[in-house]
Design a binder for this molecule. Structure first.
Ligand code: APR
Ligand code: PHB
Length: 389
């Protein structure tokens, strides 16, 4: 088989790139290792920057998002049993949309199906070949049969554990990493959210977050030790700990219910420089990871895809490679801003092992500074709603 752009990985990055390219009449073949059912049941964050909202609309998948998504014009920060609101609209002129990544993925799969785009799931032994030549190709197996796809370009959208990044020789690839010494225990429950906007709480016992998916689906997190197992946390223990870490005026309104999902995720910051190797271009988690604290993971995948889509469109329309040549530098400049912001939010809000009382007071003082300084709120809001493309 021959196509123009072979896409490795059917997470949000790969699906969105396929959808944008197909609408621009650029042929794609998307190769995903897992089944579509598996991909669609993964639960991930749900805060969309406005640039993400507009890109999804441009891709023709904005209808359900616009009907069901919740627009948030601010969020709360909390410490020392008090909370205050950071007004995104007032401070940055922008806002965010609450719409789960699970739903974004569903919408994209449906749109690709309707467009009869080539999506191959349950592919095994996926391998990339000749990526630094004009004639790269991909091989994979399905139902025990070997297949080959010849193409002009390969988009590596296969996440942190994918194979694409590994095609860049070690000496040509510089990796930056910070692993945080704690995890997030997350619970999804079919209960009304405790607050109409998200609450990020710093507490001496550890961070807590009250989030949501829709008016009857809440998402809560608490910081836990990396040694903890989700099954060691009884439902009651989770709710008690969450209640204790949220300010009383919030926790008094907490409605609990049986969790429909409970899991622990580690926190990491990671960047791979470069994001391009020959005719292979990395997008999303294949090139970078952020801790969830700033809700940037999906949004960065979308901005990478935006840059790569515009570059490929120009190349096919006008034989002009200059945006492709700039892709890695352009994407990385935005990536590093989000890496810095999510590192900052993580550092500000979590309790670190061996953290001293002095350091706890420094965190509380910085949070108090944000509470009382319009300038500090502007900085936070501008970063939270996302830098422009
Ligand atoms: N061959 C084919 N597909 C692969 C391979 C492979 N060798 N390795 C991994 N994949 C697939 C995975 O099964 C997954 O579906 O690539 C996909 C990568 O998707 P994500 O990990 O979701 O990454 P991305 O699309 O970049 O999305 C970034 O979504 O997953 C969240 O936390 C992530 O919020 C971030 C955003
Ligand atoms: C979520 O709703 O899952 C969520 C929201 C905000 C974050 C992280 C996760 O910063």
């Amino acid at each position: 088989m021959r196509t123009q752009v072979a896409i490795i990985g059917g997470g949000p990055a790969g699906l969105l790139l396929a959808q944008l390219l197909n609408r621009a009449n650029i042929a794609t073949a998307l190769i995903e290792r897992q089944s579509r059912h598996y991909v669609q049941k993964r639960i991930r964050a749900g805060v969309l920057e406005w640039g993400t909202v507009e890109t999804l609309r441009k891709a023709g998948v904005g209808k359900r998002m616009d009907a069901e998504g919740l627009i948030h014009e601010g969020c709360y920060l909390a410490a020392q049993n008090r909370r205050f609101r950071v007004d995104f609209k007032k401070s940055s002129g922008n806002r965010v949309m609450i719409y789960g990544q699970t739903e974004v993925t569903k919408d994209l799969y449906e749109a690709l199906e309707q467009a009869s785009a080539e999506v191959i799931d349950e592919a095994s032994a996926v391998e990339l070949h000749d990526v630094v030549t004009e004639k790269p190709f991909v091989t994979y197996q399905k139902f025990g049969v070997e297949h080959r796809i010849d193409c002009d370009f390969i988009a590596g959208c296969d996440g942190f554990h994918g194979i694409s990044r590994l095609m860049i020789p070690l000496e040509q690839r510089k990796e930056f990493e910070r692993v945080y010494p704690f995890g997030w225990l997350g619970v999804l429950s079919e209960t009304p959210p405790v607050s109409h906007e998200l609450v990020y709480a710093n507490h001496a016992r550890g961070f807590a977050l009250a989030s949501m998916r829709n008016p009857n689906l809440s998402r809560y997190y608490i910081q836990v030790s990396l040694e903890d197992k989700a099954e060691d946390w009884s439902d009651d223990a989770f709710w008690d700990e969450l209640r204790c870490r949220l300010p009383t005026e919030v926790s008094e309104a907490l409605i609990t219910g049986p969790p429909i999902e409970k899991s622990i995720a580690p926190l990491r910051s990671f960047v791979c420089e470069t994001m391009r190797w020959g005719n292979l271009f990395l997008c999303g988690d294949a090139a970078h990871i952020v801790p969830p604290t700033g809700a940037k993971g999906l949004n960065l995948a979308v901005s990478d895809v935006h840059y790569l889509f515009e570059a490929l469109k120009l190349r096919y329309a006008a034989h002009d490679d200059h945006l492709l040549d700039q892709y890695s530098a352009t994407a990385l400049a935005r990536v590093w801003k989000a890496i810095r912001f999510s590192w900052w939010m993580t550092t500000l809000l979590h309790r670190f092992p061996q953290q001293t009382d002095f350091e706890q007071r420094i965190q509380e003082s910085e949070i108090d500074y944000i509470a009382t300084s319009q300038a500090a709120q502007c900085v936070m809001a501008e970063n939270y709603v996302g830098s422009p493309y």
